[in-house]
Design a binder for this molecule. Structure first.
Ligand code: GAL
Ligand code: ZN
Length: 649
């Protein structure tokens, strides 16, 4: 396991590098990420390379036992390159070519950009291939945009469509181009979706295309690096719940996923937890944190400074969800540039008196002791939630803003499961379901015959499947199905849906079989049971005769349909009822605390994280060993503000 920092030595004078390396070593830093946006310093002019400064930094770091990850610098093409090939710059949706500046200013399909990217990568990889201190590569930085609307991209898109549909008849039919006279009679007529209200099918294919083009460019880099640097790993820094790329596709050829974790503050704890689980799910493998927030950050605004303890809390939260390394962004706050109000482990003054530096020292000491014990420990889960980019895109494709909050719909279930101390896996809809006791699928719009069959096989074999509202309403082209809803799954759920409504800010009541009242929100599928048992009924106005939540026996298993958003207690009680055999019984903890478990060689490590800035008390019902202090604990125990504990047993 590694503890590391993102370091930009080119932002400081040469004399400072020795001081930095010493302070890093003192704090337990074992790994440094370098050269991320350094193209203008590595190739100051066309074909004129200078790696001497980087060699020197690496050798100074080596003197302090620090290993290195190098980045391909392609997220920031230098000015000379843009000047020579202005066609590399992306074109915005309204047809304007962007200018040089900021970063990520390149068109991802541009052939010239491929050429220069390959050239600098080849040079770097050849230069560092025999350097054992360089253990791996990060490709580019945070793929994802901007989307480009240039003529080159338009031609690529037309080709992509031709490959996909073969004939224009197919395309016109799949997109429903009879609507508003959109029929095409030649491939060259097809535009890019620059106008709003274009067509959801068109929009969905453009999203797939953009994702594919990014994967193609990313794979070019991976293959090049692997070919030239066989012993070194290749990864990329993903962005958690970012939704513009199919991350399952993007991650395929990387050795492992890393990601950039900026939770901001503890109000986002469940989203951060979910993001970790999504990242672990991409390759079903533990992951790295390549950029971990160490205190205040800048985006549109400047966020709060982390109080003492909070950086450490978020760090252990990463390990709790399956991180194998945590690398902080960034070693030192920069004195210039657009991120000058962004924190670093060291502040702008460079002294070792910062809160983050002191905390890093503590973490370094702790991880030095416990790292080898928890390294490669796995996360095993009885429950999975489907997280699917096609459905995220369909949810977006209607207009610019999502119809519903996709992660938000997942979080309704997720929170309740975490409150029981149960691990959650995030999976693709095409994954094997058989390892899970329960599968949950909010906003599963798109339904194919194959997926319907997999779900039915899973349930008939004894699985429990839970759908959220708007299930199985669309085909793969984002068109509404002609079937009575929930379409291909009607017999599985034993229900039909002939009417629905957007609840928005209406007050809607839902009553369960015991007369308990819940609030309904967001959307209402008005369910007519056809053999299913009704678990809760609408109890407001014209919704009243309809069912809101149902369950149906199907083969050896059960299928639940939750037709609307409900208050949290509803999910709490459903999850408790279905998963109680897996909940943590030997530790009692309040809501501010999250509990996760990693397992290795028959050993069980329980990660306990307190997200409150106050101390809280937990109850441990049998002897467990605290990995950090080596003491055995039993009974009522205090967790300090933002405190953490890792217990074995
Ligand atoms: C990340 C990015 C970093 C830095 C950071 C600031 O998304 O990868 O380079 O900009 O945000 O929070
Ligand atoms: Zn382009």
């Amino acid at each position: 396991m590694y503890l590391g920092v993102d370091y930009y030595p080119e932002h400081w004078e040469r004399e400072r590098w020795d001081v930095d390396a010493r302070l890093m070593e003192d704090a337990g830093v074992e790994l440094v990420r370098l050269a991320e946006f350094a193209w203008s310093r590595l190739e100051p002019e066309d074909e004129n390379y200078d790696f001497s400064w980087l060699d020197e930094v690496i050798s100074i770091l080596g003197g302090h036992n620090i290993k290195v990850i190098l980045c391909t610098p392609t997220a920031a093409p230098p000015a000379w390159l843009i000047n020579k090939h202005p066609d590399i710059l992306p074109v915005t949706r309204n047809g304007q070519r962007m200018s040089f500046g900021a970063r990520r200013h390149y068109c991802i399909t541009n052939r010239n950009y491929y050429y220069y990217s390959e050239r600098i990568i080849r040079k770097m990889a050849e230069h560092y291939k025999d350097n054992p201190q360089v253990i791996g590569w990060q490709v580019d930085n945070e793929f994802g945009g901007p989307k480009c609307y240039c003529e080159g991209c338009r031609k690529e898109f037309q080709l992509w469509l031709k490959r996909k549909y073969g004939t224009l008849e197919n395309l016109n039919k799949s997109w429903g181009n009879a609507f508003w006279s959109h029929d095409y009679t030649a491939w060259e007529q097809i535009p890019l979706p620059v106008v709003y209200y274009h067509n959801p099918s068109f929009d969905l294919d453009f999203r797939r295309f953009f994702s594919d083009m990014t994967v193609r460019y990313s794979n070019m880099q991976i293959r090049l690096l692997k070919g030239l640097n066989s012993g070194k790993f290749v990864t990329h820094n993903f962005m958690g719940l970012f939704s513009e790329l199919d991350y399952y596709d993007l991650s395929r050829e990387y050795d492992f996923v890393s990601w950039d974790n900026y939770p901001r503050d503890s109000s986002n704890r469940y989203r951060a937890a979910l993001a970790h689980d999504v990242m672990r799910g991409l390759k079903k493998k533990n992951f790295w944190i390549m950029e971990e927030q160490c205190s205040y950050i800048t985006r549109e605004d400047i966020t709060r400074t982390f109080p003492p303890g909070e950086m450490r809390l978020w760090t252990y939260h990463c390990y709790a969800h399956g991180a194998e390394a945590v690398v902080y962004f960034r070693w030192r706050a920069c004195n210039f540039g657009i991120e000058q109000f962004h924190s670093g482990i060291l502040q702008h003054d460079g002294t070792d008196n910062s809160i983050s530096y002191r905390e890093l020292k503590q973490i370094g000491k702790e991880m030095g002791k416990i790292g080898p014990e928890i390294e490669n420990a796995k996360i095993v889960s009885p429950v999975a939630i489907i997280y699917d980019y096609e459905n995220i895109w369909v949810n977006l494709a209607y207009q610019e803003k999502p119809m519903y909050d996709y992660p938000g719909e997942i979080l309704r279930f997720y929170r309740s499961i975490k409150r029981l101390g149960i691990n959650v896996d995030m999976i693709k809809s095409s994954d094997d379901f058989s390892n899970y006791k329960v599968i949950i699928a909010p906003l599963l719009y798109v339904m194919t015959d194959e997926l319907a069959k997999n779900i039915k096989d899973y349930v008939s074999g004894g699985g429990i499947f839970i759908a959220g509202f708007r299930c199985a309403i669309k085909d793969e082209s984002s068109n509404m199905l002609k079937e009575v809803l929930p379409g291909k799954l009607r017999d599985l759920f034993g229900i039909s849906i002939y009417a629905w409504d957007n609840i928005r800010d209406m007050a809607v009541e839902i009553k369960d079989r015991d007369g308990k009242i819940y609030r309904g929100d967001t959307f209402a599928d008005l369910i007519t049971p056809e053999g299913a048992e009704v678990l809760a009924q609408y109890n407001s106005g014209w919704y009243t005769p309809y069912a809101a939540v149902t369950v149906n026996r199907y083969g050896k298993g059960k299928a639940y349909y939750t037709g609307c958003g409900l208050s949290q207690e509803f999910y709490d009680s459903l999850m408790k009822q279905l998963l109680s055999e897996y909940s943590i019984k030997d530790i009692v903890f309040p809501e501010e605390v999250e509990v996760n478990i990693r397992e290795k060689d028959g050993r069980r490590f329980v990660f306990i994280t307190n997200f409150s800035d106050k101390s809280v008390s937990i109850k441990i019902k049998r002897d467990m060993r605290d990995l950090i202090t080596d003491k055995y604990i039993n009974g009522e125990t205090e967790l300090s503000p933002f405190g953490i504990m890792i217990l074995e047993g």
